[in-house]
Design a protein around this ligand. Structure first.
Ligand SMILES: Cc1cc2nc3c(=O)[nH]c(=O)nc-3n(C[C@H](O)[C@H](O)[C@H](O)COP(=O)(O)OP(=O)(O)OC[C@H]3O[C@@H](n4cnc5c(N)ncnc54)[C@H](O)[C@@H]3O)c2cc1C
Length: 455
């Protein structure tokens, strides 16, 4: 048992001896059963330095966590201090340079709201309360992504603490390899205390969700696929089979009803947006259609992702193409007749700038895939958990013939090495960075690179 009395921080240190330990170790994803040696609720970079130095002196590891959205992928925290950054919520926007500085606990919607006051935007994804740091370290797939690429490549500098307990700011000119690794390679290389991000000049967008009965089925997915091949890079969208739970939180016409939804965003005027999405009405009359001209922060909510902690088990695949047979395979796993135990099964549109190498990009410069398939279920009982895992395996297998190589870091919800996600040459460089900056494996992040990759 480590004696933590020598660790003094301005924030709070929680240990298994505390009466609220179960709450302190809880992640946003309630399916994760995190059992670290202690949890440090840090309030500053100085706190992080103190925790990392204490860990080094006591043979412990450390792991950075903003919210715990990605906690299932993290694996065991045995012998580690979990550094929760939720108290570090400072945001500064510099409208002159078009940049923002977000501390490590800032949520996606908080950055979006701060930026939009200046007619600017970050690159928001589908969840309002995902952490800005975790989202960027794992890539960052946004509603604005086909126009601007992965969010990680808009990070201009990273404030962090390395495994030797030194606070540093890394960028293209200072520690460029570490800067490169953290932009898409995950959080296995340092504990991040703040990100400096180049915002984009997007003051509003035409965005929303169309909801159809799931009976529109594979035919609707085909219409979406054909439409997706034609729209400009200023449009990014998602098609999804969803079975909203039969609970009072869900409005009556949708509660417990199998649905097919298409949501998306178009950077441009209302007229451009209406014209871009109009061909999808060939599917039929939506039960609900919320498309409208909205400020960037509203993009965080069009997908209706949960804003409270929930249990979730997910799995994904990136796809190079989506021919009719692939759509049939997808629908047979997910549509109203499929008997799926999953809450949702979706295909996100990729391509555009997401598929083009970013200038001076990081470990995830781009992804050579046209679509990303993702499924998730809520394991309310162990039996349901087993059924969900079984369906996720079957879905993954069913889409194998159309798989692009590797995967997408942020959607890799199961624990696996980076080697299963990122290309070999990227893993070789990540392994070299890991060996140089963290030779004792002090820092623990999801999807660590295997050190053999350096050979
Ligand atoms: C409902 C939902 C919707 C999502 N939508 C999208 C989407 O639209 N686009 C997309 O790209 N992804 C999406 N994701 C995936 C999400 O981006 C990843 O799970 C991401 O890792 C979450 O970051 P976090 O900080 O919230 O989570 P955490 O679990 O706190 O962090 C995930 C990992 O990031 C690293 N990390 C976090 N903070 C630090 C730090 N301070 N220092 C070092 N490492 C750190 C660690 O390795 C950590 O294990 C979604 C996930 C969910 C659950």
């Amino acid at each position: 048992m480590t004696d933590f009395s020598g660790l003094a921080i301005a924030g709070r240190l929680a240990t298994p001896a505390d009466s609220d330990w179960d709450q302190a170790r809880q992640a946003w994803n309630l399916a994760a059963d995190q059992r670290p040696s202690a949890v440090a609720f840090v309030e500053s970079a100085e706190d992080v330095v103190a925790v990392v130095r204490f860990a080094a002196e006591n043979g412990l590891r450390v792991s950075g966590q903003g919210t715990g959205h990605g906690a299932v992928a993290l694996g065991s925290l045995e012998g580690a201090i979990l550094i929760k950054t939720e108290r570090m919520r400072g945001i500064e926007v510099d409208a002159g340079t078009g940049t923002a500085r977000a501390e490590a606990g800032v949520l996606s919607v908080e950055l979006a709201e701060a930026a939009q006051q200046h007619g600017l935007s970050g690159l928001p994804g589908s969840s309002p309360d995902v952490g800005v740091v975790g989202f960027h370290l794992g890539g960052g797939l946004s509603w604005l992504g086909r126009e601007y690429g992965f969010a990680c490549n808009r990070v201009r500098a990273i404030e962090l603490v390395t495994a030797d307990g030194e606070a540093r700011t890394v960028d293209a000119g200072n520690e460029p390899d570490l800067f490169w690794a953290l932009r898409g390679g995950g959080g296995d290389y340092a504990v991040v205390t703040a990100l400096q991000i180049a915002l984009v000049p997007v003051a509003d967008a035409y965005a929303g969700i169309m909801i159809f009965p799931a009976a529109v089925g594979a035919g609707a997915v085909r219409i979406w696929r054909d439409w997706a091949a034609e729209v400009g890079d200023n449009v990014t969208s998602v098609v999804r089979f969803i079975r909203p739970p039969d609970i009072p939180d869900v409005p009556e016409p949708l509660r417990g009803t199998p649905l097919l939804t298409i949501d998306g965003a178009c950077i441009g005027s209302r007229e451009e947006g209406e014209a871009a999405f109009a061909p999808l009405l060939e599917i039929g009359e939506p039960m609900m259609n919320s498309f409208d001209q909205v400020p960037p922060a509203a993009l965080c909510r069009i997908h209706m992702d949960p804003e409270q902690p929930v249990p979730g088990l997910g799995h994904h695949r990136v796809l190079r193409e989506l021919p009719d047979e692939a759509i049939d395979a997808f629908a047979s796993m997910a549509d109203a007749d499929s008997g799926t135990p999953l809450l949702l099964t979706e295909i996100r549109q990729m391509g555009g700038a997401l598929a083009r190498p970013a200038e001076n990009g990081g470990a995830l410069s781009h992804l050579d895939a046209q679509f990303a398939m993702f499924g998730i279920g809520m394991p309310m009982t162990p039996e349901l958990g087993q059924a969900i895992e079984g369906r996720l395996d079957a879905l993954h297998e069913a889409m194998a013939p159309w798989a692009a190589g590797g995967g997408y870091f942020n959607f890799a919800e199961r624990a696996c090495d980076a080697d299963a996600i990122l290309p070999p040459e990227v893993c070789a460089r990540l392994a070299e960075v890991k060996g140089r900056y963290d030779p004792d494996g002090r820092i623990l992040g999801s999807h660590a690179v295997s050190l053999d990759a350096a050979a």
